[in-house]
Write a protein that binds this ligand. Structure first.
Ligand SMILES: [Zn+2]
Ligand SMILES: [Zn+2]
Length: 362
């Protein structure tokens, strides 16, 4: 197998040949057709979650492909099935999975530590999120893949493994955006653009997209933003309130995670409003919430992982919404690249001009 491997924080990923470990009875081997490159891949590379990663790790956490082989106890997928690999598993039996909160599935911890391949120097490599999609072949527990029925290209389906599901789900399932409400989305990369699409589907009256990059603000308009704000010209919260005649928004989504920006996003919400934390910030990041304001104005601060989506039914729901034109994945794919170009593609993400690069040639 050929994979892009994280070998040290702050370093380029190493594209190398590895020997896959034989699949266990519950494992699935997938021929990866496409893998999205998400901002979290860059954060992991830069050591933002250093406490969670030790040793070499095959990168990548959203992908789509075809099942090549299944272990003896696998029941959910069969050889030849098209699948999406999800950065959050859904085992189906833990207390979260059986209470319709599979996005919090308890199985993840064990998958994060599972060795999946042997490197040429004899060391073993784990796989990011238990899947490791920066690879022509991946082996994962069947809990991490979902069989889907679609004619969409893998390059589009891959985005459901993390970015699109997180964003659309944040609006529809985490916040449950109400028709006629007002929304601000801070950070308009792949996830932020998907939050905007979700809010539009939910019937929000105003959707304000906040991003310093002009091209992202323009794309946000195509995805349903009614207004755009450039946070470099004046404090974003002031510009948002100006657009709403002095009022805040009902829902503000922070898709950045930097504590100062989270604080600014909190100040955008109205009485009774909700701040939803979607972006991954540093593990030791903190932000202050004025207690009186929170209590007296009934404000809500809510975390969001994987868009609170239930992948076993919502992946297919989102596919149906893409196929019927209600959601747009194609508009999120800025470029298709080769695995060898992974480090260049990650730098392009830093510059802010790319919504999503997708690896389609391994
Ligand atoms: Zn991601
Ligand atoms: Zn579970």
């Amino acid at each position: 197998m050929r994979s892009a491997v994280l070998v040290g924080f702050g370093q380029d990923l190493a594209v190398e040949s590895l020997e896959p470990l034989p699949p266990g009875p519950r494992d699935v081997v997938v021929s990866v057709g496409a893998s999205g490159i998400c901002h979290t891949d860059l954060s992991v590379r830069n050591g933002l979650f250093a406490g969670m990663v030790s040793g070499p790790m095959i990168g990548g956490h959203e992908g789509a492909g075809t099942v090549l082989e299944v272990g003896s106890q696998v029941t959910r997928v069969a050889v030849g099935d098209r699948v999406i690999a999800s950065f959050r598993p859904a085992c189906g039996t833990c207390s979260y999975c059986v209470s319709d909160r599979s996005h919090l599935c308890d199985a993840l911890g064990a998958f994060l530590q599972a060795p999946r391949a042997t490197r040429q120097d004899g060391s073993s490599a784990i796989a990011m999120s238990g899947i490791g999609t920066f690879s022509d072949i991946l082996t994962c527990d069947e809990a991490s893949v979902v069989r889907v029925d679609s004619d969409l290209p893998d390059a589009h389906l891959a985005l459901l493994g993390c970015g699109m599901t997180t964003g659309v789900g944040a609006a529809l399932f985490t916040a449950r955006v109400q028709p006629g409400s007002t929304v601000a989305v801070v950070g308009c990369g792949g996830v932020g653009q998907s939050v905007i699409q979700g809010a539009a589907v939910a019937g929000a009256a105003r959707i304000i997209a906040v991003d310093p990059v002009e091209s992202k603000r323009q794309i946000a308009r195509r995805h349903g933003a009614t207004d755009v704000v450039d946070p470099t010209t004046a404090p974003a919260e002031e510009q948002v309130k100006e657009l709403l005649r002095g009022k805040g928004v009902d829902y503000a989504f922070d898709v950045v995670g930097t504590p100062e920006i989270v604080s600014s996003t909190f100040r955008m919400i109205n009485k009774g409003g909700m701040l939803v934390l979607v972006g991954y910030g540093p593990m030791d990041g903190e932000f202050r919430v004025p207690a009186f304001d929170l209590q007296a104005n009934e404000k809500i601060v809510k975390g969001c992982v994987a868009g609170s989506a239930q992948i076993r039914r919502h992946f297919q729901l989102f596919i149906d919404m893409i196929e019927s034109g209600r959601l747009d994945t194609g508009g999120l794919v800025s470029q298709q690249v080769r695995l060898d170009e992974i480090n260049v593609a990650m730098k392009a993400m830093l510059s802010g001009e790319v919504i999503r690069s997708v690896i389609t040639t391994f």
